[in-house]
Design a protein around this ligand. Sequence first.
Ligand SMILES: Nc1ncnc2c1ncn2[C@@H]1O[C@H](COP(=O)(O)OP(=O)(O)OP(=O)(O)O)[C@@H](O)[C@H]1O
Length: 297
Amino acid sequence: MIQLTDISKKFGAHTAVADMNMTLTPGKVMGLIGQNGAGKTTTFRMILNFIEPTSGSILWDDHPITQLDKQRIGFLPEERGLYQKRTVEEQVLYFAELHGMSRADAKASLIQWMKRLDVVGKPTDKVQTLSKGNAQKVQMIASLIFEPDFIILDEPFSGLDPVNTSLMMSEIIRMRDNGAMIIFSSHDMSNVTKISDDLTMLKNGKTVLQGPVQNIREQFGRTRIYVESPTTATELAAIEGVATVTKQGTGFDLVLSDEAAGRRVFELVTRNGYIPAFSQQPPTLDDIFRQEVAIHD
Ligand SMILES: Nc1ncnc2c1ncn2[C@@H]1O[C@H](COP(=O)(O)OP(=O)(O)OP(=O)(O)O)[C@@H](O)[C@H]1O
């Protein structure tokens, strides 16, 4: 288990991270979200001991993270940095050996990883010959080939198409199921919702929301409805407790000021019987994020 307790980081008078608390447990994924400059990278750099916290403690199984522990950490930085003139194999084997893996094991494992991530290219290809997405997949392999116990992923899906994003997700899920502790930052809320057990939302270094993803969503109430029915926007907007009505494809998105209004909406839209769609949900993480950012401004 990794425990961050009251971590703060100041750069001069500026507080980049304020009193952060976080627990990472084996087999669980923590999503870290926040606007640009919220303090995500600074948090990663403190965990990795690249910079020292101004105050607070970071413990792995109750002891400060040692050089040996760092061998068990897989880190995919936001700034991708592969040597263009080296081959895929040279780069990946270098990282694998640095983290205590034998060359022979790493060579065999690289082939498997390249297959699973569908990397177009051979281990002997130079990085400069790979497409951006394939180079990113190779960097992910370099960070994770030694099957780390603790994984830090800074924007792992940036620049990847949906097919490659799912391939990467499958690997993250596989390692989670093998018991890794995982923390990752992303601006893409739908990926965060899919993959995270818990979530920490930062705003200007402060933690504005933290907890299991579904609990966070549910605490905002089931205030969103998607409905497809012959009812008009004017009729929907006139229902007590309906705040907004927006046309969305063949249906309408409704925001409720009170989740109890859902029943009134349902009764009206089904007055003539069957309708193709009705769903009442909590706000999406995207909605919550926008709302929280606005509140804490
Ligand atoms: N070495 C540094 N010296 C001074 N200020 C810094 C330093 N590193 C980060 N900061 C500041 O700390 C704050 C948090 O930055 P950080 O890079 O952690 O944000 P982030 O959430 O990772 O943002 P992004 O999504 O843009 O990567 C920012 O205001 C940034 O300018």
